[in-house]
Design a protein around this ligand. Structure first.
Ligand code: HAM
Length: 413
């Protein structure tokens, strides 16, 4: 029977066959981040729209084009979160995390929403793993963060990720540079796309991101922030690079790396896997020393990243095996209830066990045991003592029903 209901276009691909790989990404992240002292945080799926408008930036694509926003019954303007950093900063301020030992180190995993054109690796609902360290301006934290994401990527077996690294300077040193860049863009405005021309005042950096041929040509010759860093920003960036060298994390300097969110200052970075095609960014982040202040807090430096679970899964070279039942219990008609009892007892003893629930004949049940990849099956047959059969070798042993759970439980010798 076909249903007339469909999931909204572009929702993520998270059906059962994707779950082992998705779980591996989440489990590996949790292990890595909790080992590094990051505490898990969950923030609401929707927030006040103004949080993202102020935090991420009105002129960004995310805020101007990609938010799923709505007015609720109480006339509040709400938005399904398009990213996690603004929410984590709100929680930091709202819940007094300034009083924690600084930096507060937090990580998260959950769904995010952007109204983008869906394609391979780009969904309107996607899962991110993210980490934020709030309350330190030490370049060691930038390097620690980048190394954590590099380690996550390598623990997942991904070997073709490139790390692009840049610095956007601090707000003050950037102001002078942005004026210079605006002047350069205006001098070349006949070559630029209409979109870039329209954003010369509000967001000139995004010109570096444009696919438009004329714009790209102009930007290849444009002055870059990396050449205009002031002494303090340049020193900060030198330390980040030096520590990454020490840690054996390789990177490419990318003077044109601008990210799609306005809050970045100083270090920015992105890991890309060329094998993924157009949507090659598997994870990225940077420092955002002005965001907490922008949201109403005291000036508080911070740095973080987020990685896309679907893209990490696409980039993982190895299939992640599905978990299989260790034991499949096969029973003739008289023993079906006993089979269920045995399965429940086995599960209570810590063994993964399953049985046929479609009233198949015993032959069909044996096939099902094979199909689900069970290591052994137990055959309950009214005419003989229960048999435990090794599915690979075919070897069989008889075991009294009363001894089965003990024999098959993990503590059995
Ligand atoms: P972002 O670069 O916008 O950064 O997103 C991080 C990652 O999320 C991307 O590298 C990509 O893997 C994944 N992603 C983004 N959009 C989609 C989509 N439509 N479909 C599938 N995957 C997607 C941020 O969100 C920042 N909050 C990162 C950060 C944390 N910066 C500092 N702290």
């Amino acid at each position: 029977m076909s249903s007339s209901f469909k999931a909204p276009r572009g929702t993520f691909d998270a059906l059962p066959e994707k779950q082992p790989a998705r779980r591996l990404v989440e489990d590996t992240s949790r292990l890595l981040l909790e080992r590094a002292g990051y505490a898990r945080i969950e923030t609401p799926i929707f927030e006040e729209t103004s949080l993202f408008a102020r935090g991420v930036g009105e002129s960004t694509d995310i805020v101007s084009k990609q938010m799923f926003s709505f007015t609720d019954q109480g006339d509040r303007e709400l938005t399904l979160r398009p990213e996690g950093t603004a929410s984590v900063c709100r929680a930091y301020l709202e819940h007094g995390m300034q009083k924690w030992p600084q930096p507060a180190k937090l990580w998260y995993s959950g769904p995010f929403f952007r109204h983008e054109r869906p394609q391979a690796g780009r969904y309107r609902q996607f899962q991110q793993i993210g980490a934020e360290a709030i309350g330190s301006d030490s370049p060691l934290v930038d390097a620690e963060m980048i190394a954590l994401l590099a380690d996550l990527i390598s623990m997942l077996g991904i070997t073709d990720a490139r790390l692009r690294l840049g610095s956007l300077g601090s707000v003050d040193s950037r102001a002078a540079y942005l004026e210079e860049l605006r002047g350069y863009l205006r001098a070349n405005d006949s070559e630029l796309s209409e979109e870039v021309r329209g954003r010369i005042d509000s967001n000139p950096l995004r010109a570096f991101d444009a696919d438009h041929e004329g714009t790209a040509k102009v930007m290849a010759e444009a002055p870059t922030m990396l050449d205009r860093l002031d002494a303090a920003d340049a020193e900060h960036f030198e330390v980040v690079k030096g520590v990454l060298d020490d840690l054996g994390v390789t990177y490419e300097l990318d003077p044109s790396l601008v990210r799609g969110l306005d809050y970045y200052t100083r270090t920015v970075f992105e890991f890309t896997c060329d094998s993924l095609g157009a949507q090659s960014g598997v994870g990225g982040g940077g420092r955002y020393d002005g965001l907490i202040e922008q949201l109403g807090g005291r000036p508080t430096p911070a740095v973080g990243w987020a990685a896309g679970v679907e893209r990490l899964v696409l980039a993982m070279p190895n299939q992640v095996p599905e978990p299989r039942a260790e034991i499949f219990v096969v029973a003739d008609d008289e023993n079906r209830k006993r089979a269920l009892r045995l399965v429940v007892d086995l599960r209570r003893a810590g063994v993964s066990a399953d049985l046929d629930l479609a009233e198949r004949a015993t032959k069909g049940q044996m096939k099902q045991a094979d199909r689900v990849g069970a290591k052994s099956c137990v055959i309950l047959d009214s005419d003989r003592e229960p048999v435990v059969r090794d599915m690979e070798s075919g070897e069989q042993v008889s075991v009294a029903l009363s001894n089965l759970v003990e024999r098959l439980s993990p503590d059995a010798s």
